[in-house]
Design a binder for this molecule. Structure first.
Ligand SMILES: [Zn+2]
Length: 322
């Protein structure tokens, strides 16, 4: 019963659709009058089929659609053009910033020179740039200007990379320069440890540096290259700066002596000792007891003969402690 009802319903629908199509066909095939009435002159009357009108409508819609499409495309193009202009302005800003960064980097070169002067450092391989360096710099400036002035489409990525590489090179050179300064400074601080700066003995000073009277009251022609400390036998002798023991043992005229190298042009000598506690090659620290006071060698009594040498010349040890 239900199935019968359904098949009949479908049949009814098909029949209905058939009727609509037939009437639509008839309607499309029908002729209508189109009357054109100009303001002046006689009117004209066309007899056209409905299908013609429908096709004309479809054609009109299509043409309008294409028109809109092209309009949007032109609009897009203009937007892109504006974007490009904006991009160029942005590029200009970036290039200006980059150039400024590079100039600042150059300024650090002056700072580096000043630091070296302040530290009493030699020029160093990084400060003395190769000849024609400034010319090269000017050329780089001109190249940068030309590169950033170009149209976007002519923008050369390789050229830009080279430009960035150059900045990186300069930065690395500067960094190496500053590292060299840091290294030098650290070593200069080491130099403080290597400069004699304490008394080698707590005993009293019995003879100064320079010319002195000989035991017969005449002014000796022989310089006294050191300082004498007269004290009790076996009182400690301290090394006056960090260093490396260069020699221990008998030295003519000096008896049992200890010679210590401190680097930075300094060495110290401790003579007429007994009980040497170090040997050649030992690393010693300032204040360390290296020997005891005696009277070995050409000596008239228990004393320490102490010398300070700077750059191959004996200097007054009195200037190396308070
Ligand atoms: Zn002496």
């Amino acid at each position: 019963m239900n199935g019968k009802y359904t098949s009949r319903s479908v049949y009814d629908r098909i029949q209905k659709m058939d009727k609509i199509i037939n009437s639509l066909g008839r309607w499309l095939g029908e002729r209508v009058d189109i009357l054109i009435m100009p303001r002046f002159g006689s009117s004209k009357k066309f007899k056209v089929r409905v299908i013609t009108v429908v096709l004309a409508f479809i054609l009109w819609v299509t043409v309008t659609g294409i028109g809109i499409f092209f309009f949007i495309r032109a609009y897009d193009y203009n937007i892109t053009k504006a974007d490009n202009r904006l991009m160029r302005v942005k590029m200009q800003l970036i290039s200006d910033e980059l150039e400024r960064g590079r100039k600042y980097l150059e300024l650090t070169r002056t700072t580096e020179s000043q630091m070296r002067q302040m530290l009493g450092m030699p020029g160093g391989k990084f400060v003395n740039m190769p000849k024609g360096w400034e010319e090269k710099q000017e050329k780089a400036d001109a190249r940068a200007k030309a590169m950033f002035g170009k149209d976007l489409k002519d923008f050369d990525t390789e050229e830009f990379e080279q430009y960035i590489d150059e900045i990186e090179d300069t930065a690395q050179t500067r960094l190496a320069g500053f590292q060299e300064i840091a290294w030098y400074y650290a070593n200069a601080r080491e130099g403080l440890h290597s400069t004699p700066s304490i008394r080698p003995s707590t005993s009293r000073i019995s003879s100064g540096f320079g010319y002195r009277l000989d035991p017969f009251g005449r002014r000796s022609t022989k310089r006294h290259n050191g300082l004498d400390f007269a004290g009790k036998p076996d009182s400690p002798i301290m090394v006056t700066a960090d260093g490396v023991v260069r020699h221990t043992g008998w030295v003519n005229g000096y008896g049992q002596a200890v010679l210590v190298d401190h680097g930075f042009g300094y060495s110290t000598l401790y003579a007429h000792t007994t009980g040497i506690r170090v040997k050649a090659g030992d690393v010693v620290k300032r204040g360390q007891t290296i020997a005891t006071m005696g009277s070995s060698g050409r000596s008239t009594g228990t004393h320490l003969h102490y010398e300070v040498w700077k750059d191959g010349q004996p200097v007054n040890p009195r200037n190396y402690f308070k």
